[in-house]
Design a protein around this ligand. Structure first.
Ligand SMILES: *Cc1c(COP(=O)(O)O)cnc(C)c1O
Length: 226
């Protein structure tokens, strides 16, 4: 097995260990391999090691890879900032969008999702830190965006995605992730029926799993430093 296969195995072992430590079922936590910047060959190598879900942040780079890897059984997730002039490419080439944070973008993705494809699976990106410059909707605005998405049949609302500020240690990271988990639980108590809480990256996936993440997004621990 090459380095990517070895890294994947190590990341999967970390997920299992974190789940067991948290008293959770390891199979309840999905792994999204974040391949931005890395080549189609690197994605193919991860795919050969059994990885199916990949995350990309830059539309044009991603579409090039998606076309090159059209023969592979891959689920593609868009996780970067979405500009309105790129929504058509996203709607046509991706299975998921995790970084949805505006009604206007949701409406464009809905209108541009090709009829022969299943609905686009979406997560709302939430800014749980309250930092003014970061992407994502404020927690108080999530319900309004969720209701807008639910009125668009070519989109299917699956959950929330967060990118908290880097934390100094496990406990600080966990505190930030728990905030997202509490919001997720409150939305479900309100009847939204969400099944995906996408949080945790290479540095903090253990804390995110402890706090209830159902999908970790891991780049550098699999593909190397960018
Ligand atoms: C790049 C990226 C990741 C992966 O980060 P690593 O620290 O390399 O694991 C996860 N989520 C998003 C939204 C990213 O842009």
């Amino acid at each position: 097995m090459g380095a990517i296969g070895d890294n994947l195995q190590a990341v999967r072992a970390r997920i299992v260990a974190a789940a067991v430590a948290a008293g959770r079922e390891p199979s309840a936590i999905g792994l999204l391999a974040v391949s931005k910047i890395f080549s189609a060959e690197a994605v193919a190598e991860a795919c050969a090691s059994g990885q199916r879900a990949f995350g990309e942040s830059y539309v044009q780079e991603a579409v090039d890879k998606i076309l090159q890897l059209a023969g592979c059984d891959i689920e593609w997730h868009f996780i970067g900032p979405i500009q309105s002039n790129k929504t058509r490419l996203v709607a046509e080439h991706f299975d998921w969008v995790q970084s949805l944070d505006r009604t206007r973008i949701a409406e464009r993705l809905h209108a541009q999702r090709p009829a022969h494809l299943p609905p686009l699976q979406v997560c709302i990106q939430v800014n749980t830190d309250g930092g003014p410059t970061k992407a994502g909707v404020a927690p108080a605005d999530v319900v309004a965006l969720a209701e807008a998405i639910r009125s668009l049949p070519r989109l299917r609302l699956r959950g929330l995605m967060t990118i908290p500020e880097p934390a100094v240690d496990f406990s600080a990271a966990r505190t930030l992730h728990v905030r997202a988990r509490e919001l997720f639980d409150a939305l479900n108590a309100g009847g939204l029926g969400l099944d995906t809480l996408s949080m945790g990256m290479s540095a903090d996936l253990d804390a995110a799993i402890d706090a209830g993440s159902t999908m970790v997004r891991v780049g550098s621990a699999i593909f190397g430093q960018r």
